[in-house]
Design a protein around this ligand. Sequence first.
Ligand code: CMC
Length: 391
Amino acid sequence: NHLFTFDPGFMSTASCKSSITYIDGEQGILLHRGYPIAELAEHADYLEVAYLLLFGERPDKTQYQDFIKLVRNHTLVHEQISRFFHGFRRDSHPMAVMCGVSGALAAFYHDALDINNVAHRELTAIRLLAKMPTLAAMCYKYSIGQPFMFPLNKLSYAGNFLYMMFATPCEPYEVNPVLERAMDRIFILHADHEQNASTSTVRTAASSGANPFACIAAGIASLWGPAHGGANEACIKMLEQIGSVDRIPEFIARAKDKNDPFRLMGFGHRVYKNYDPRAKVMRQTCYEVLQELNIQTPLFDVAMELERIALNDPYFIEHKLYPNVDFYSGIILKAIGIPVSMFTVIFALARTVGWIAHWKEMYNQGNIKIVRPRQLYVGHEQRVFTPIDKA
Ligand code: CMC
Protein backbone atom coordinates (compact mmCIF):
# COMPACT_ATOMS: atom_id res chain seq x y z
CA ASN A 1 0.00 0.00 0.00
CA HIS A 2 2.72 2.46 0.93
CA LEU A 3 3.97 2.31 -2.68
CA PHE A 4 1.00 4.32 -3.93
CA THR A 5 0.04 7.93 -3.40
CA PHE A 6 -3.58 8.32 -2.34
CA ASP A 7 -5.06 11.03 -4.54
CA PRO A 8 -8.83 10.58 -4.96
CA GLY A 9 -10.23 13.08 -7.41
CA PHE A 10 -6.72 13.62 -8.84
CA MET A 11 -6.24 16.77 -6.79
CA SER A 12 -2.46 16.70 -7.22
CA THR A 13 -1.72 14.28 -10.03
CA ALA A 14 -0.96 15.27 -13.62
CA SER A 15 -2.28 12.45 -15.80
CA CYS A 16 -0.61 13.55 -19.03
CA LYS A 17 1.45 16.20 -20.81
CA SER A 18 -0.66 18.44 -23.00
CA SER A 19 -0.14 21.63 -25.00
CA ILE A 20 -3.78 22.37 -25.77
CA THR A 21 -5.16 24.34 -22.81
CA TYR A 22 -3.60 26.18 -19.89
CA ILE A 23 -5.55 27.05 -16.73
CA ASP A 24 -4.38 29.08 -13.76
CA GLY A 25 -7.25 28.64 -11.32
CA GLU A 26 -5.90 31.08 -8.73
CA GLN A 27 -5.61 33.91 -11.24
CA GLY A 28 -8.67 32.93 -13.30
CA ILE A 29 -6.70 32.45 -16.53
CA LEU A 30 -7.72 30.14 -19.38
CA LEU A 31 -5.64 29.96 -22.57
CA HIS A 32 -6.16 27.77 -25.62
CA ARG A 33 -2.84 27.19 -27.40
CA GLY A 34 -1.68 30.38 -25.66
CA TYR A 35 -4.64 32.61 -26.59
CA PRO A 36 -6.85 34.04 -23.80
CA ILE A 37 -10.39 32.69 -23.88
CA ALA A 38 -11.95 36.17 -23.74
CA GLU A 39 -10.13 37.21 -26.92
CA LEU A 40 -11.11 34.05 -28.74
CA ALA A 41 -14.75 34.52 -27.69
CA GLU A 42 -14.64 38.16 -28.78
CA HIS A 43 -12.81 37.90 -32.10
CA ALA A 44 -13.04 34.32 -33.38
CA ASP A 45 -15.91 31.97 -34.10
CA TYR A 46 -16.29 28.38 -32.94
CA LEU A 47 -14.83 26.79 -36.08
CA GLU A 48 -11.73 28.99 -35.88
CA VAL A 49 -11.31 27.93 -32.24
CA ALA A 50 -11.92 24.31 -33.24
CA TYR A 51 -9.16 24.57 -35.85
CA LEU A 52 -6.84 26.07 -33.25
CA LEU A 53 -7.54 23.28 -30.77
CA LEU A 54 -7.18 20.52 -33.34
CA PHE A 55 -4.13 21.78 -35.23
CA GLY A 56 -2.30 23.90 -32.66
CA GLU A 57 -2.24 27.14 -34.68
CA ARG A 58 -4.87 29.58 -35.85
CA PRO A 59 -5.84 29.18 -39.52
CA ASP A 60 -5.03 31.82 -42.13
CA LYS A 61 -7.99 33.00 -44.24
CA THR A 62 -7.62 30.23 -46.84
CA GLN A 63 -7.16 27.49 -44.26
CA TYR A 64 -10.19 28.83 -42.41
CA GLN A 65 -12.40 28.76 -45.53
CA ASP A 66 -11.14 25.28 -46.50
CA PHE A 67 -11.83 24.04 -42.98
CA ILE A 68 -15.39 25.39 -43.05
CA LYS A 69 -15.96 23.65 -46.41
CA LEU A 70 -14.55 20.41 -45.08
CA VAL A 71 -16.77 20.47 -41.99
CA ARG A 72 -19.82 21.30 -44.13
CA ASN A 73 -19.10 18.26 -46.29
CA HIS A 74 -19.73 16.02 -43.30
CA THR A 75 -22.75 17.55 -41.56
CA LEU A 76 -25.23 14.91 -42.76
CA VAL A 77 -25.63 11.68 -40.84
CA HIS A 78 -26.33 8.34 -42.47
CA GLU A 79 -30.05 7.86 -43.10
CA GLN A 80 -30.00 4.70 -41.02
CA ILE A 81 -28.92 6.75 -38.02
CA SER A 82 -32.30 8.49 -38.27
CA ARG A 83 -33.97 5.12 -37.87
CA PHE A 84 -31.73 4.30 -34.95
CA PHE A 85 -33.36 7.23 -33.09
CA HIS A 86 -36.74 5.58 -33.38
CA GLY A 87 -35.65 2.78 -31.08
CA PHE A 88 -35.62 5.23 -28.16
CA ARG A 89 -38.68 6.21 -26.17
CA ARG A 90 -39.76 9.77 -27.03
CA ASP A 91 -39.47 10.77 -23.39
CA SER A 92 -35.85 9.54 -23.09
CA HIS A 93 -33.43 12.03 -21.64
CA PRO A 94 -31.61 13.46 -24.69
CA MET A 95 -28.25 12.71 -23.04
CA ALA A 96 -29.14 9.02 -22.98
CA VAL A 97 -29.91 9.25 -26.70
CA MET A 98 -26.69 11.19 -27.37
CA CYS A 99 -24.59 8.51 -25.65
CA GLY A 100 -26.24 5.89 -27.86
CA VAL A 101 -26.17 7.62 -31.24
CA SER A 102 -22.63 8.99 -30.92
CA GLY A 103 -21.28 5.57 -29.98
CA ALA A 104 -23.30 4.04 -32.82
CA LEU A 105 -21.36 6.11 -35.38
CA ALA A 106 -18.62 3.48 -35.06
CA ALA A 107 -21.00 1.05 -36.73
CA PHE A 108 -21.18 3.35 -39.78
CA TYR A 109 -17.57 4.44 -40.27
CA HIS A 110 -15.44 1.34 -40.25
CA ASP A 111 -12.30 3.24 -41.24
CA ALA A 112 -12.39 4.96 -37.85
CA LEU A 113 -11.61 1.66 -36.21
CA ASP A 114 -8.18 1.81 -37.82
CA ILE A 115 -6.86 4.26 -35.25
CA ASN A 116 -3.22 3.86 -36.22
CA ASN A 117 -3.89 5.42 -39.62
CA VAL A 118 -3.32 9.19 -39.37
CA ALA A 119 -5.58 10.05 -42.34
CA HIS A 120 -8.41 8.05 -40.79
CA ARG A 121 -7.92 9.81 -37.47
CA GLU A 122 -8.10 13.22 -39.17
CA LEU A 123 -11.27 12.26 -41.04
CA THR A 124 -12.89 10.94 -37.86
CA ALA A 125 -12.11 14.22 -36.10
CA ILE A 126 -13.89 16.21 -38.83
CA ARG A 127 -16.81 13.80 -38.93
CA LEU A 128 -17.39 14.10 -35.21
CA LEU A 129 -17.13 17.89 -35.23
CA ALA A 130 -19.50 18.16 -38.21
CA LYS A 131 -22.11 15.65 -37.10
CA MET A 132 -22.54 16.57 -33.43
CA PRO A 133 -24.89 19.55 -34.06
CA THR A 134 -26.96 17.40 -36.42
CA LEU A 135 -27.25 14.60 -33.85
CA ALA A 136 -27.96 17.03 -31.01
CA ALA A 137 -30.76 18.74 -32.94
CA MET A 138 -32.16 15.33 -33.94
CA CYS A 139 -32.37 14.40 -30.24
CA TYR A 140 -34.57 17.44 -29.68
CA LYS A 141 -36.73 17.00 -32.77
CA TYR A 142 -37.29 13.37 -31.88
CA SER A 143 -38.34 14.27 -28.35
CA ILE A 144 -41.03 16.67 -29.58
CA GLY A 145 -42.19 14.52 -32.49
CA GLN A 146 -41.17 16.94 -35.24
CA PRO A 147 -39.40 15.84 -38.44
CA PHE A 148 -35.60 15.94 -38.42
CA MET A 149 -34.24 18.95 -40.29
CA PHE A 150 -31.33 18.45 -42.65
CA PRO A 151 -28.37 20.78 -42.05
CA LEU A 152 -28.45 24.02 -44.06
CA ASN A 153 -24.79 24.36 -44.89
CA LYS A 154 -24.84 27.98 -46.00
CA LEU A 155 -25.38 28.91 -42.33
CA SER A 156 -22.66 29.22 -39.70
CA TYR A 157 -21.98 26.29 -37.36
CA ALA A 158 -24.05 27.92 -34.58
CA GLY A 159 -26.71 29.27 -36.99
CA ASN A 160 -27.12 25.86 -38.54
CA PHE A 161 -27.61 24.30 -35.13
CA LEU A 162 -30.35 26.82 -34.25
CA TYR A 163 -31.93 26.20 -37.65
CA MET A 164 -31.98 22.41 -37.17
CA MET A 165 -33.45 22.92 -33.70
CA PHE A 166 -36.20 25.39 -34.50
CA ALA A 167 -37.01 25.24 -38.23
CA THR A 168 -39.76 22.99 -39.55
CA PRO A 169 -40.35 22.01 -43.19
CA CYS A 170 -43.47 24.18 -43.24
CA GLU A 171 -42.14 27.35 -41.54
CA PRO A 172 -39.30 29.59 -42.73
CA TYR A 173 -36.80 30.23 -39.96
CA GLU A 174 -34.63 33.31 -39.74
CA VAL A 175 -31.60 32.97 -37.50
CA ASN A 176 -31.43 35.92 -35.10
CA PRO A 177 -27.80 37.19 -35.23
CA VAL A 178 -27.72 38.02 -31.49
CA LEU A 179 -28.82 34.50 -30.59
CA GLU A 180 -26.48 33.00 -33.19
CA ARG A 181 -23.55 34.87 -31.67
CA ALA A 182 -24.63 33.81 -28.16
CA MET A 183 -24.83 30.18 -29.26
CA ASP A 184 -21.42 30.45 -30.89
CA ARG A 185 -19.98 31.89 -27.66
CA ILE A 186 -21.49 29.06 -25.64
CA PHE A 187 -19.77 26.64 -28.03
CA ILE A 188 -16.42 28.48 -27.77
CA LEU A 189 -16.54 28.74 -23.98
CA HIS A 190 -17.23 25.01 -23.61
CA ALA A 191 -14.82 23.83 -26.30
CA ASP A 192 -12.06 22.61 -24.01
CA HIS A 193 -11.02 22.72 -20.38
CA GLU A 194 -7.97 20.47 -20.06
CA GLN A 195 -8.24 17.33 -17.88
CA ASN A 196 -11.81 17.65 -16.56
CA ALA A 197 -13.76 14.48 -15.77
CA SER A 198 -15.15 13.90 -19.27
CA THR A 199 -11.88 14.65 -21.08
CA SER A 200 -10.04 12.37 -18.67
CA THR A 201 -12.68 9.74 -19.39
CA VAL A 202 -12.10 10.10 -23.14
CA ARG A 203 -8.34 9.79 -22.63
CA THR A 204 -8.80 6.80 -20.34
CA ALA A 205 -11.04 5.05 -22.87
CA ALA A 206 -8.64 5.94 -25.69
CA SER A 207 -5.66 4.57 -23.76
CA SER A 208 -6.98 1.06 -24.33
CA GLY A 209 -7.14 1.66 -28.09
CA ALA A 210 -10.94 1.93 -28.12
CA ASN A 211 -12.41 3.49 -31.27
CA PRO A 212 -12.91 7.27 -31.20
CA PHE A 213 -16.70 7.18 -31.37
CA ALA A 214 -16.81 4.89 -28.33
CA CYS A 215 -14.39 7.23 -26.53
CA ILE A 216 -16.60 10.25 -27.26
CA ALA A 217 -19.67 8.32 -26.08
CA ALA A 218 -17.79 7.61 -22.83
CA GLY A 219 -17.01 11.34 -22.53
CA ILE A 220 -20.68 12.21 -23.03
CA ALA A 221 -21.67 9.74 -20.29
CA SER A 222 -19.17 11.28 -17.89
CA LEU A 223 -20.28 14.81 -18.75
CA TRP A 224 -23.88 14.02 -17.89
CA GLY A 225 -23.38 14.19 -14.10
CA PRO A 226 -24.66 17.27 -12.23
CA ALA A 227 -21.23 18.06 -10.78
CA HIS A 228 -19.90 18.43 -14.34
CA GLY A 229 -21.89 19.18 -17.52
CA GLY A 230 -25.23 18.50 -15.88
CA ALA A 231 -24.75 21.64 -13.76
CA ASN A 232 -26.43 23.97 -16.28
CA GLU A 233 -29.58 21.84 -16.18
CA ALA A 234 -29.38 21.48 -12.39
CA CYS A 235 -28.92 25.25 -12.10
CA ILE A 236 -32.15 26.10 -13.94
CA LYS A 237 -34.03 23.50 -11.91
CA MET A 238 -32.67 25.10 -8.76
CA LEU A 239 -33.73 28.59 -9.92
CA GLU A 240 -37.22 27.22 -10.58
CA GLN A 241 -37.23 25.60 -7.15
CA ILE A 242 -36.24 28.90 -5.52
CA GLY A 243 -39.09 30.47 -7.49
CA SER A 244 -38.99 34.04 -6.21
CA VAL A 245 -36.43 36.58 -5.05
CA ASP A 246 -37.72 36.61 -1.46
CA ARG A 247 -36.87 32.90 -1.05
CA ILE A 248 -33.17 33.32 -1.97
CA PRO A 249 -31.94 33.82 1.64
CA GLU A 250 -33.48 30.48 2.61
CA PHE A 251 -31.46 28.70 -0.11
CA ILE A 252 -28.27 30.62 0.66
CA ALA A 253 -28.64 29.46 4.27
CA ARG A 254 -29.11 25.87 3.09
CA ALA A 255 -25.98 26.07 0.91
CA LYS A 256 -23.97 27.11 3.97
CA ASP A 257 -25.41 24.44 6.25
CA LYS A 258 -22.93 21.54 6.52
CA ASN A 259 -25.74 19.14 7.44
CA ASP A 260 -27.68 19.94 4.29
CA PRO A 261 -26.42 18.33 1.06
CA PHE A 262 -27.87 21.21 -0.97
CA ARG A 263 -25.37 23.16 -3.06
CA LEU A 264 -25.91 26.26 -5.11
CA MET A 265 -25.71 24.89 -8.63
CA GLY A 266 -23.68 26.99 -11.04
CA PHE A 267 -21.37 28.15 -8.24
CA GLY A 268 -17.88 26.95 -7.45
CA HIS A 269 -15.27 25.12 -9.47
CA ARG A 270 -12.59 22.54 -8.75
CA VAL A 271 -9.89 24.59 -10.47
CA TYR A 272 -11.04 28.21 -10.43
CA LYS A 273 -10.68 29.83 -7.05
CA ASN A 274 -11.17 33.17 -8.73
CA TYR A 275 -13.81 34.37 -11.19
CA ASP A 276 -14.18 31.75 -13.97
CA PRO A 277 -12.89 33.67 -17.04
CA ARG A 278 -15.52 31.93 -19.15
CA ALA A 279 -18.25 33.15 -16.81
CA LYS A 280 -17.17 36.76 -17.37
CA VAL A 281 -17.82 36.46 -21.12
CA MET A 282 -20.95 34.40 -20.62
CA ARG A 283 -22.35 36.96 -18.19
CA GLN A 284 -22.03 39.74 -20.79
CA THR A 285 -23.63 37.54 -23.47
CA CYS A 286 -26.39 36.66 -21.03
CA TYR A 287 -27.30 40.31 -20.57
CA GLU A 288 -27.23 40.86 -24.36
CA VAL A 289 -29.63 37.97 -24.95
CA LEU A 290 -32.04 38.98 -22.18
CA GLN A 291 -32.10 42.50 -23.60
CA GLU A 292 -32.55 41.33 -27.20
CA LEU A 293 -35.48 39.13 -26.25
CA ASN A 294 -36.80 41.63 -23.74
CA ILE A 295 -37.27 38.87 -21.20
CA GLN A 296 -38.61 39.59 -17.76
CA THR A 297 -39.63 36.52 -15.80
CA PRO A 298 -39.23 35.62 -12.11
CA LEU A 299 -36.61 33.01 -13.09
CA PHE A 300 -34.24 35.60 -14.51
CA ASP A 301 -34.92 37.97 -11.61
CA VAL A 302 -34.00 35.15 -9.21
CA ALA A 303 -30.80 34.43 -11.17
CA MET A 304 -29.65 38.04 -11.19
CA GLU A 305 -30.43 38.57 -7.51
CA LEU A 306 -28.77 35.29 -6.53
CA GLU A 307 -25.66 36.33 -8.41
CA ARG A 308 -25.64 39.68 -6.59
CA ILE A 309 -26.13 38.17 -3.13
CA ALA A 310 -23.64 35.33 -3.57
CA LEU A 311 -20.94 37.65 -4.89
CA ASN A 312 -21.24 39.74 -1.71
CA ASP A 313 -21.80 37.00 0.86
CA PRO A 314 -18.84 36.29 3.23
CA TYR A 315 -19.30 32.47 2.97
CA PHE A 316 -19.02 32.55 -0.82
CA ILE A 317 -16.14 35.03 -0.73
CA GLU A 318 -14.25 32.97 1.88
CA HIS A 319 -14.83 29.70 -0.01
CA LYS A 320 -13.95 31.41 -3.30
CA LEU A 321 -17.22 30.34 -4.82
CA TYR A 322 -17.98 32.39 -7.90
CA PRO A 323 -20.70 31.83 -10.48
CA ASN A 324 -19.29 29.45 -13.08
CA VAL A 325 -19.86 29.32 -16.84
CA ASP A 326 -22.89 27.06 -16.44
CA PHE A 327 -24.73 29.53 -14.26
CA TYR A 328 -25.00 31.91 -17.21
CA SER A 329 -25.12 29.42 -20.09
CA GLY A 330 -28.26 27.82 -18.62
CA ILE A 331 -29.98 31.20 -18.42
CA ILE A 332 -29.06 32.01 -22.04
CA LEU A 333 -30.21 28.64 -23.35
CA LYS A 334 -33.48 28.92 -21.49
CA ALA A 335 -34.01 32.43 -22.92
CA ILE A 336 -33.34 31.17 -26.46
CA GLY A 337 -36.11 28.62 -25.94
CA ILE A 338 -33.97 25.50 -25.61
CA PRO A 339 -35.51 22.99 -23.21
CA VAL A 340 -33.57 22.33 -20.03
CA SER A 341 -33.03 18.65 -20.84
CA MET A 342 -31.02 19.70 -23.92
CA PHE A 343 -28.53 21.87 -22.01
CA THR A 344 -25.98 19.17 -21.33
CA VAL A 345 -26.34 17.89 -24.90
CA ILE A 346 -25.24 21.33 -26.07
CA PHE A 347 -22.28 21.20 -23.69
CA ALA A 348 -21.38 17.79 -25.16
CA LEU A 349 -21.68 19.13 -28.70
CA ALA A 350 -19.33 22.01 -27.89
CA ARG A 351 -16.86 19.91 -25.86
CA THR A 352 -16.55 17.29 -28.61
CA VAL A 353 -13.79 19.26 -30.31
CA GLY A 354 -11.82 19.38 -27.04
CA TRP A 355 -12.23 15.65 -26.55
CA ILE A 356 -11.06 14.99 -30.12
CA ALA A 357 -8.13 17.37 -29.73
CA HIS A 358 -6.99 15.43 -26.65
CA TRP A 359 -7.55 12.11 -28.36
CA LYS A 360 -5.48 13.29 -31.37
CA GLU A 361 -2.77 14.67 -29.11
CA MET A 362 -2.47 11.34 -27.30
CA TYR A 363 -2.04 9.46 -30.54
CA ASN A 364 0.36 12.01 -32.02
CA GLN A 365 2.50 11.84 -28.87
CA GLY A 366 2.69 8.05 -29.23
CA ASN A 367 3.86 5.67 -26.52
CA ILE A 368 0.36 5.44 -25.11
CA LYS A 369 0.25 3.78 -21.74
CA ILE A 370 -3.05 2.20 -20.81
CA VAL A 371 -4.53 4.11 -17.87
CA ARG A 372 -4.41 1.75 -14.92
CA PRO A 373 -4.61 3.50 -11.55
CA ARG A 374 -3.78 1.51 -8.43
CA GLN A 375 -5.63 1.68 -5.14
CA LEU A 376 -5.11 1.55 -1.40
CA TYR A 377 -6.62 -1.80 -0.44
CA VAL A 378 -8.70 -1.52 2.74
CA GLY A 379 -10.41 -4.94 2.68
CA HIS A 380 -9.76 -8.23 4.52
CA GLU A 381 -6.39 -9.88 4.77
CA GLN A 382 -6.17 -13.38 3.25
CA ARG A 383 -8.84 -15.65 4.77
CA VAL A 384 -9.48 -19.37 4.91
CA PHE A 385 -12.23 -20.51 2.53
CA THR A 386 -14.70 -23.06 3.94
CA PRO A 387 -17.05 -24.62 1.32
CA ILE A 388 -20.63 -23.51 1.93
CA ASP A 389 -21.91 -27.03 2.87
CA LYS A 390 -19.14 -27.39 5.47
CA ALA A 391 -19.75 -24.06 7.16
N1 CMC B 1 -22.57 25.66 -2.90
C1 CMC B 1 -22.26 25.72 -1.60
N2 CMC B 1 -21.07 25.36 -1.06
C2 CMC B 1 -20.15 24.90 -1.94
C3 CMC B 1 -20.40 24.81 -3.32
C4 CMC B 1 -21.67 25.22 -3.80
N3 CMC B 1 -21.96 25.17 -5.11
N4 CMC B 1 -19.31 24.32 -3.96
C5 CMC B 1 -18.40 24.10 -3.01
N5 CMC B 1 -18.89 24.44 -1.79
C6 CMC B 1 -18.19 24.40 -0.51
C7 CMC B 1 -18.16 22.97 0.04
O1 CMC B 1 -19.27 22.73 0.87
C8 CMC B 1 -16.84 22.96 0.79
O2 CMC B 1 -17.04 23.64 2.00
P1 CMC B 1 -16.15 23.26 3.31
O3 CMC B 1 -14.71 23.39 2.88
O4 CMC B 1 -16.56 24.28 4.35
O5 CMC B 1 -16.55 21.85 3.66
C9 CMC B 1 -15.93 23.84 -0.09
O6 CMC B 1 -16.83 24.75 -0.77
C10 CMC B 1 -15.12 23.07 -1.12
O7 CMC B 1 -15.98 22.21 -1.84
P2 CMC B 1 -15.51 20.89 -2.57
O8 CMC B 1 -16.69 20.06 -2.90
O9 CMC B 1 -14.39 20.26 -1.81
O10 CMC B 1 -14.89 21.49 -3.90
P3 CMC B 1 -14.62 20.70 -5.23
O11 CMC B 1 -13.50 21.39 -5.89
O12 CMC B 1 -14.48 19.24 -4.98
O13 CMC B 1 -16.00 20.89 -6.02
C11 CMC B 1 -17.60 21.52 -7.62
C12 CMC B 1 -16.14 21.63 -7.18
C13 CMC B 1 -17.77 22.24 -8.98
C14 CMC B 1 -17.99 20.05 -7.82
C15 CMC B 1 -18.50 22.18 -6.55
O14 CMC B 1 -18.16 23.53 -6.38
C16 CMC B 1 -20.00 22.03 -6.86
O15 CMC B 1 -20.59 21.02 -6.54
N6 CMC B 1 -20.60 23.08 -7.52
C17 CMC B 1 -21.98 22.99 -7.95
C18 CMC B 1 -22.06 22.22 -9.26
C19 CMC B 1 -21.55 23.02 -10.43
O16 CMC B 1 -21.94 24.16 -10.63
N7 CMC B 1 -20.72 22.37 -11.27
C20 CMC B 1 -20.25 22.97 -12.53
C21 CMC B 1 -18.77 23.19 -12.58
S1 CMC B 1 -18.34 24.21 -14.00
C22 CMC B 1 -18.70 23.24 -15.37
C23 CMC B 1 -17.75 22.12 -15.58
O17 CMC B 1 -16.55 22.40 -15.74
O18 CMC B 1 -18.21 20.97 -15.64
